[in-house]
Design a protein around this ligand. Sequence first.
Ligand SMILES: Cc1cc2nc3c(=O)[nH]c(=O)nc-3n(C[C@H](O)[C@H](O)[C@H](O)COP(=O)(O)OP(=O)(O)OC[C@H]3O[C@@H](n4cnc5c(N)ncnc54)[C@H](O)[C@@H]3O)c2cc1C
Length: 412
Amino acid sequence: MSANEVVIVGGGPAGMSTAIFLAHHRPALADRIVVLEKERYPRDKCCAGGLGERADRALSAIGVRVDVPSVPVNGVSAAFQVGEIALREGSIGRVVRRLEFDRALALAARARGVRIVEGARVTAASASPRGALVESSAGTFAGRVVVGADGVGSVVRRALGLPFGTLRAQAVEVDTEPVAGDRARDLLHFEMRDRSFPGYLWDFPTVVDGRELVCRGAYVLHEGALGAGRGAGPAPDAERVLRSRLAALGLDPDRYRRKRFAERGLDRTAAIARPTALLVGEAAGIDPMLGEGIAQAIAYGALAGEYLAEKLEAGDLRFNDWGRRVERSLLGLDIRFRRRVMRAFYGAPRERVEHYLLDEPSFLRFGMRHFAGRAQPAPDALRAAATGALVVGRIGIERLLASLPPRAAAHP
Ligand SMILES: Cc1cc2nc3c(=O)[nH]c(=O)nc-3n(C[C@H](O)[C@H](O)[C@H](O)COP(=O)(O)OP(=O)(O)OC[C@H]3O[C@@H](n4cnc5c(N)ncnc54)[C@H](O)[C@@H]3O)c2cc1C
């Protein structure tokens, strides 16, 4: 059995950045942080690889640069039933391949002295005020603290008896050759014309082994994600949604290898810590609206690295304020905001919201600048917020009026 200060389960962006940021704040601890990863790098992760520049900014603030082949992104386009919009904001991010990105991040962690054990599949974990114990295919690891960074199916979350939450989605993707009608390669395209389900389709430019391809996918929210009675019934199968889109584009769905995975949103009613144990990244929960989780996983890592440094120093490992720390951070604010937008977008008369998004581009601009981690000019942010509040308020009033019992018919 090996004794460590911190045992991190999962070597994706959340686990690696937790290790990197903790080592940054407490360099003396670096060689007593161990990351247990069930795969061996380079390992793939089902993901479209859209990475906001805010993630690169957060890493470069502590001297980490992840240099991998990428497609630069300058803006987004979105197609709704009532029209289309394409906006650019200068460089806002890039599209990476997780096969390359996660390996490079692991190398950056190793360069800072963090120990990474590959091929270590964790099967059980326990945490008590006396410390944590993690069992894996590579042996048993003891630590003062365990961090669950093992993604959507988190073994740590289950082992600690932490609830799974309701904000779930299914996502499926393929890489295909470009087709006529594809948007410019510097845009992330969101296809939202089909209003029959809560979710969207996407086309992101990608480069696979030097070939310019397009990653196309479908993101479908679980029927319970919008709250009781607010969905449009059982959600369709994401694979079926993607197949019909591919066919509509003239692509044979059977020609491409489909990759499928679930996603989990942060559910504020579900705990994400126990004494000596906490969850980060998708094990805790990310943005449920778009399922944009890489930059959020890195933001979790930045927050957890700082939090753990502080708590280890103070010898206070109860972690009873980890959930609150996340909720009150910029990351928590971001996720809360997206939860609201998600419920307004899918729960409201879609046509009204679509018109708002097309007529008031300040809202999408706000989103792009946030993706990039760039400062928001106050007048633009105010304008987006005020118009958004107006639209949501009007929709709320309409919904309230519609829910009132009909007036009794007047008797002659
Ligand atoms: C189809 C699809 C497309 C997506 N597209 C985007 C996108 O374009 N942009 C974006 O920002 N986000 C996207 N996401 C979301 C993003 O992929 C995740 O939110 C992000 O990877 C979460 O990072 P993480 O480190 O928390 O978890 P993960 O990246 O899932 O990492 C978890 C790690 O833990 C390891 N692990 C799991 N179980 C064990 C175990 N028992 N023992 C040891 N190790 C274990 C895994 O091998 C993995 O390395 C997409 C997701 C899907 C499914």
